[in-house]
Design a protein around this ligand. Structure first.
Ligand SMILES: [Zn+2]
Length: 229
């Protein structure tokens, strides 16, 4: 959040002389204020929470914040004020698009027949496996997180690991997918739904053809692990 060019940040860097929020003119325009505390943001959150509560809270928070920030920038550059309902609906639509693009159902006994689902459903007997990464070029390392939930959403297992090297984000996502697959094999989770942030990685896992991209060997290793489940 601190990297956003809010008026508060720009004043501290000597770019601006004043830092008041131009919506309410009451508080300093910090990231927290403009994205959450300002009445203009609260109008959006009040509409969003009800509509997005069934979806991923983490994703919905990011996407709603993004739409609030874009509305702020639009106004700052001479655009019109967008009604909170429109902003909330945009965030909801983005979340649905994101969810549809990144959910892949894999029956590990038949990897070649993997199919893409357009909506999340809770299939009985499956475990949902999410992975995510965090890259730090400053510290030259990346973190991988994996979490396994049952069909009711209960957390069954989780792991995190630090790798002392940096990669492009898509390669990092591929590595995380491999870690997720190995984690499932290690713990004996055989019927799984894999979900990650990189559409190209998720799609590559479901493809039968050999992947010749830079991270292709990692994907082949991942598929081999999944076939062994
Ligand atoms: Zn404000």
């Amino acid at each position: 959040m601190v990297i956003l060019p809010t008026k508060d940040n720009l004043k501290r860097r000597g770019v601006l002389e004043e830092e008041l929020c131009f919506f309410c003119c009451q508080e300093r325009e910090t990231a927290h204020h403009i994205l959450w505390a300002c009445p203009s943001a609260q109008d959006v959150w009040g509409l969003s929470i009800r509509k997005l509560q069934k979806c991923s809270l983490h994703c919905s928070t990011i996407l709603t914040s993004k739409e609030i920030w874009q509305r702020r920038n639009c106004i700052l550059h001479g655009g019109k004020f967008t009604h909170p309902i429109v902003v909330a609906n945009l965030a909801r639509d983005r979340l649905l698009q994101f969810s549809q693009a990144n959910t892949l159902v894999i029956n590990c006994g038949d990897l070649g027949a993997a199919e893409t689902k357009t909506k999340w459903q809770a299939p009985p007997g499956f475990y949902k496996v999410n992975w995510d990464i965090a890259l730090s070029t400053v510290n030259n390392c990346m973190g991988i997180g994996v979490i396994v939930r049952d069909e009711r959403g209960h957390v069954l297992a989780a792991k995190n690991q630090t790798i002392h090297a940096t990669h492009e984000s898509v390669t990092g996502e591929a590595l995380a997918a491999l870690h997720a697959a190995e984690f499932c094999r290690e713990l004996g989770f055989f019927e799984i739904l894999l979900k990650g942030d990189s559409m190209s990685v998720v799609k590559a896992i479901g493809e039968n053809t050999q992947n010749w991209l830079k991270y292709g060997q990692i994907m082949e290793d991942t598929k081999m692990v999944l076939r062994s489940l």
